[in-house]
Design a protein around this ligand. Structure first.
Ligand code: DSN
Length: 460
């Protein structure tokens, strides 16, 4: 008997094909990434790590068909690793090449796990971490009171200025006042390109004042694909020690996490001194056994495939198009009366102030857009006083629709439909009353579906 789950997956395929995905943290993976994720590698336990010796030659080793039956040395706790070791070495090697890192830990199950491991690698409970505050656009795992991160560490938040950029003055003052162990640049709703060099200088000043090393950490989950594609600066090129990311957003890999670092790479079995130089080893120990058990080798294999795709010249074109699309979409929306946080975008992400634009909140607009097959999410703005469930804005982005092949011309059409939906919402007082306008929504939904079906979803 066919499990009901497969019927639901079929339904989800239809939803993904017939709608347009505007959630800025979502994407469509390739058929090859899907194949690796759904492979028999899920059967294997591989706690520990492969050996890191000779990483950097893994792809050429492969292409020269030098892969033999020889079992490589490793730091694993189970037998039967000869294939898994090579797959994980490939993933590590490709990640390091993509992001100019000395080391990559490809095992974090998610971005939250990756961040947790970095904090654990470098800090003691109660240590101070300076990051972007949640209302300013920071992430939950950067010290939101409801999370484990806030329970263990003492987070101090810096904000954004009136242009929507990082308030570097605020960051510097807080770095020099609060003696942080980590200075963190990262976000999930921020449209500017950070000045990594300036942050690096702030770290140096704080180190001089407090007389100890401070870890410079970037959580680039949203823009990792833009960095890989060369259209966004790489924090590791500007003195940052560590970069965490998810692998499924702009990077277009499987759902998961990744930690890149600069420094010594050595056996994780021996505890090293806690110095910045040793951060790669400290991180390996903090991921396993520190905060995770067995790695998901089917996901690591899919990460390796995705990193291989991101190393191709076509990925650079993809990254360029994401940004072009976002800029055109932002300009079109502005021309139609939408007020955008920060006045526009420098990356893939747009934050609309619905309240200022049209007088309704983000939740009602999210729901109305869902009814026409345009998916995005309600999102708080830096100035929001409302709760997380009734924020004033919505957040959208172009990574997924760019994967499907939509370009500038389609961005203009999309903006027009978003305005039509906004006009309907303006006349609607409550979410419940949206249903009264179903005929109007259906007409737009038909147009969305017709356009969506012109563009393939990879892997479906
Ligand atoms: N949920 C992710 C996002 O949408 O930005 C961050 O964790």
């Amino acid at each position: 008997m066919k499990d009901l789950v497969f019927d639901l997956i079929s339904q989800e395929k239809i939803r993904q094909k017939e709608g347009l995905e505007l959630i800025p943290s979502e994407n469509y993976v390739s058929a090859e990434v899907l194949k690796a994720m759904g492979s028999i590698l899920t059967n294997k336990y591989s706690e520990g790590y492969p050996s890191f010796e000779g990483i950097g030659d893994v792809d050429s080793e492969w292409s020269e068909k030098k892969i033999t039956e020889e079992v490589l040395p490793n730091y694993r706790y189970y037998g039967g690793q000869k294939n898994v070791d090579r797959i994980e070495r490939l993933a590590i090697d490709r990640a390091c090449r993509l992001f100019h890192a000395d080391h990559a830990n490809v095992q974090p199950h998610s971005g939250a796990q990756a961040n947790t491991a970095v904090y654990y690698a470098w800090c003691e409970p109660g240590d101070r971490i300076l990051g972007m505050s949640l209302p300013a656009g920071g992430h939950l795992t950067h010290g939101a009171p409801v999370t484990l991160s806030a329970h263990i560490y003492d987070f101090v938040g810096y904000g954004v200025d009136s242009d929507g950029d990082i308030d570097y003055k605020d960051m510097e003052e807080k770095a020099l006042e609060t003696d942080p162990k980590i200075i963190l640049v990262g976000y999930s709703a921020f449209m500017k390109i950070p000045d990594f060099k300036r942050v690096s200088e702030i770290r140096k000043k704080a180190e001089k004042k407090f007389g100890h090393e401070i870890l410079l950490m970037a959580d680039m989950a949203h823009v990792a694909g833009l960095i890989a594609g060369g259209v966004h600066p790489n924090p590791l090129d500007f003195g940052f020690d560590v970069m965490t990311t998810t692998t499924h957003k702009t990077l277009r890999g499987p759902r998961g996490g990744l930690i890149l670092s600069k420094g010594n790479v050595a056996s994780p079995l021996k505890k090293p001194a806690r110095t910045l130089e040793n951060i790669p080893i400290l991180i390996d120990r903090a991921v396993f056994p520190g905060t995770q058990g067995g790695p998901l080798e089917h996901i690591i294999a899919a990460k390796a495939v995705a990193f291989g795709e991101a190393l191709q010249p076509s990925f650079k074109k993809y990254a360029e198009q994401i940004v072009k699309n976002a800029k055109v979409l932002a300009e079109e929306l502005k021309a139609l009366g939408f007020v955008l946080q920060g006045g526009g975008t420098e990356n893939h992400l747009i934050l609309i102030d619905c309240m200022k634009s049209f007088g309704f909140d983000g939740k009602i607009y999210e729901k109305a857009l869902d009814m026409v097959g345009l998916t995005l999410n309600a999102n708080a703005l830096p100035t929001d006083k409302g709760g997380a469930f009734r924020p004033s804005g919505v957040r959208l982005g172009t990574p997924a629709i760019t994967t499907r092949g939509l370009k500038e011309a389609e961005m203009k059409i999309l903006a027009g439909w978003m305005k039509e939906v906004a006009d309907i919402c303006k006349e609607t007082e409550t979410e419940e009353k949206l249903a009264n306008s179903i005929d109007k929504f259906d007409k737009i939904a038909e147009k969305v579906k017709a356009l969506a079906l012109e563009f393939m979803v990879p892997g479906i």
